[in-house]
Ligand binder design. Structure first.
Ligand code: ATR
Length: 283
């Protein structure tokens, strides 16, 4: 714990500082989530919001560290730059090629990625979906998909198809995964296939669009999961509901779970996520 002395010379501890950095950042729910975790677990910390400069991201992080900051969550579009900024990396960050959690300590800057474990915990622990043996379709081949690929494979799906508008990117991601259950293809090559779970990791939803996939690619009783979260049902949640999904989930649970894993890394205590998900859902 850092300490400061006041003009009487008394030493008093300073509240540990954390923040989320991104651009844009004003709508981030992370400060709300971490404040709830801190209250719940009695941790003395403050978690703010930083608008990162698109040119000067590294300088912004330097400044936060120089001011005594303990950790940062990193969001769009800086996850790859945070990966390069870190001195040391977790295996899952290395596999993702992206960092969403930076920890500043005596040993330097450590980079981790909690997105994948956040998705997997939401699906398996909160929603009780059994990934093991399931036929899973993962849409997209950008940073969001790279972040969750390895943790998903760790749950041993029967098959995992990565499909992307630009087929090449899906093919190279699948090849890099080097796993018998994984294959890559273009969105236009999905005809005739059925999936138990379709996860949307594309950026299409940001423009209120859905990736162009066949109407009949969801198996009977299949689920859909949008990694995106918004206050209103996202375009892909609506796609799931109108295509017979047994459950059409959005990314709120993933958002809270990835935050919880970051909180655990920083504070050494795992918060209760269910209460926070419920209160955010209630608005
Ligand atoms: P992120 O880091 O959020 O994943 P990204 O790396 O820019 O962002 O990747 C965006 C992903 O969304 C890509 O897979 C992109 O497909 P392309 O590789 O073909 O560009 C996908 N995407 C974006 N808009 C889309 C749309 N309207 N339909 C389908 N896929 C879309």
């Amino acid at each position: 714990m850092r300490a400061s002395s006041n003009h009487h010379g008394y030493i008093f501890p300073m509240t540990d500082q954390y923040a989320v950095i991104g651009n844009p950042i004003e709508h981030s729910k992370s400060p709300l989530i971490h404040a709830a975790f801190a209250r719940q677990t009695g941790q003395d910390m403050h978690y703010g919001r930083l608008l990162g400069d698109l040119e000067e991201f590294e300088a912004d992080v330097d400044e936060f560290v120089d001011g005594g900051g303990k950790g940062l969550n990193v969001t769009v579009p800086f996850k790859e730059r945070a990966f390069r900024y870190a001195d040391t990396l977790s295996d899952r960050a290395r596999a993702a090629g992206a960092v969403n959690t930076l920890t500043f300590g005596d040993g330097g800057v450590h980079g981790d990625n909690t997105d994948g474990v956040g998705l997997v915990r939401d699906l398996t622990c909160n929603q009780m979906f059994r990934i093991e043996g399931a036929n899973v379709l993962l849409l997209g081949a950008g940073g969001a998909v790279r972040g969750v690929l390895r943790p998903l494979l760790g749950e041993r799906p029967g098959k995992l198809v990565i499909a992307n508008r630009t087929a090449d990117k899906a093919l190279s991601l699948a090849a890099a995964a080097g796993h018998v259950a994984v294959m890559g293809c273009g969105l236009d090559e999905l005809g005739g296939r059925r999936f138990d779970l379709i996860i949307n990791g594309t950026a299409a939803g940001l423009a209120a669009k859905v990736p162009e996939i066949p109407d009949d690619c969801l198996a009977d009783g299949g689920w859909t999961y949008d990694m995106l979260y918004a206050n209103e049902p996202t375009a892909f949640v609506q796609w799931g509901l109108s295509h017979g999904a047994a459950r059409a989930l959005d990314g709120l649970g993933m958002l809270v779970e990835q935050a919880a894993e970051s909180f655990r890394l920083w504070r050494g205590v795992m918060p209760d996520t269910a209460a926070v998900i419920t209160s955010l859902r209630a608005g």
